[in-house]
Ligand binder design. Structure first.
Ligand SMILES: *Cc1c(COP(=O)(O)O)cnc(C)c1O
Length: 401
């Protein structure tokens, strides 16, 4: 505990900045609720077609407003981040269009969506794909300019690192990329996978030039309370197209019921700025401690984090697995379970995952995972309360000391 307290002392200034962002975003979200006259009736569930489902429609408006976007879809029927991204991509892209990713190779589960063979991927429908590597961890503007041709309908940016070792992009960097793309005449859609980035900064990508942002409710944007779902926010012309893909081309966003009601989705958005602050502080504490013990971890402790994830390099399979198991043992749910690596759908390597969470698989709750392959990196994220993160760290330290 003494060692942890020393780590905390070094983080005082950083924690103050996190509190400042959290306060700003709390007010931003609260104003969205107030401006839309949210009332108890919005929490009611509906059945069947869900015509005039006010709860559904207003939730989309709230997310749009909180993210500085024109319109939004926020729905329990977006089943995960991958599904929300898939619906958004299929909504906008048409045969012969090109999807161009400028942040390196996209997240594992998106690869099958984009260029899988005979599985209903974008490629199966005649959509081309290309990507360019980052240069020293930043966008490679020369390469982007060279590769950008008339067929590019979507420029795709993944904000968070996924299972790569690079740091997340700040909205400053994303804004620069948007400005650059427009300056060289690009007029297609700028699309951001915003997973793990929501409420980490005072701005979202849609406030610095992105046309569409997408994320999951069992990560930052659901505040730890949303039981499932995701959001897609941005320019109305794209949201309309995406709505027709989410339901049917003749129907769009007029239908969709949810019998359980929307209270936890609304309340989750309300809590999200605070929850994200808890997760960020937890991530910094773990980072500071692991750094002091000589474990390389990212983003490095002297840098401002732009998402809630932390990658910790163990260089040893046993140590990585021990770390992940301790996170599970420190959890409120399934604490008696010992994690094992397995072949998870959508991933090419065996993955080991600790998620002793109230919401199944939620990674805004304290969780850790990673592909079991050298150099044995664990990806750590979440924490509904900082105190929980601190307790997990205490256990980890006594295990690996
Ligand atoms: C988690 C994640 C996804 C996919 O979200 P799921 O909800 O796990 O399907 C996509 N992109 C990034 C960067 C992610 O971190």
């Amino acid at each position: 505990m003494e060692f942890i307290e020393k780590c905390e002392e070094k983080l005082i200034e950083k924690f103050k900045n996190i509190d400042d962002v959290s306060y700003y975003n709390q007010v931003k979200v609260l104003n969205a609720f107030r401006n839309n006259n949210i009332a108890v009736r919005h929490f009611n569930g509906t059945t069947g077609y869900g015509y005039d489902d006010e709860g559904r429609d207003c939730l989309g408006k709230l997310y749009a407003e909180a993210f500085g976007a024109e319109s939004g879809i926020a729905s329990p029927h977006l089943l995960s981040g991958t599904h929300a991204l898939t619906v958004a991509l299929f909504g906008i892209l048409r045969p012969k269009d090109t999807l161009f990713c400028i942040s390196g190779i996209p997240y594992d589960t998106l690869r099958g969506v984009i260029y899988g063979d005979n599985n209903g991927s974008l490629k199966d429908f005649g959509v081309n794909f290309k990507y360019c590597e980052l240069k020293d961890g930043c966008f490679d503007f020369d390469e982007i300019k060279k590769s950008l041709d008339k067929s590019v309908k979507i420029v795709y940016i993944q904000r968070s690192r996924g299972y790569e070792l690079r740091d997340a992009f700040s909205c400053g960097q994303i804004g620069e990329a948007c400005k650059f793309l427009r300056s060289i005449g690009y007029d297609g859609c700028i699309f951001v996978d915003n997973c793990y980035g929501e409420f980490v900064e005072k701005k979202e990508p849609t406030e610095v030039g992105a046309d569409i942002i997408v994320g999951s409710f069992i990560k930052n944007a659901g505040g730890g309370l949303a039981p499932t779902g995701g959001y897609i926010c941005g320019k109305s012309k794209f949201i309309d197209l995406i709505g027709k893909r989410l339901t049917a081309p003749s129907i769009g966003l007029e239908v969709g019921s949810y019998f359980n009601g929307y209270q936890y989705l609304y309340q989750g958005l309300f809590l999200a700025p605070h929850t994200v602050a808890q997760a960020l502080k937890t991530s910094l504490l773990i980072g500071q401690a692991m750094d002091a013990l000589g474990y390389k971890n990212y983003p490095s402790i002297d840098k401002t984090p732009y998402d809630i994830t932390r990658a910790i390099e163990f260089g040893s399979e046993d140590k990585m697995i021990d770390f992940i198991r301790e996170v599970q043992y420190a959890s409120p749910v399934d604490s008696y379970v010992t994690c094992e690596p397995w072949d998870m759908p959508g991933y090419s390597d065996k993955i080991i995952m600790a998620a002793g969470t109230f919401v199944s698989g939620s990674s805004i709750e304290l969780s850790a995972d990673g592909p079991v392959k050298p150099p044995f990196i664990a990806y750590f994220q979440g924490g509904l309360t900082y105190e929980h993160g601190k307790y997990a760290l205490e256990r980890i330290l006594s295990k690996i000391k």
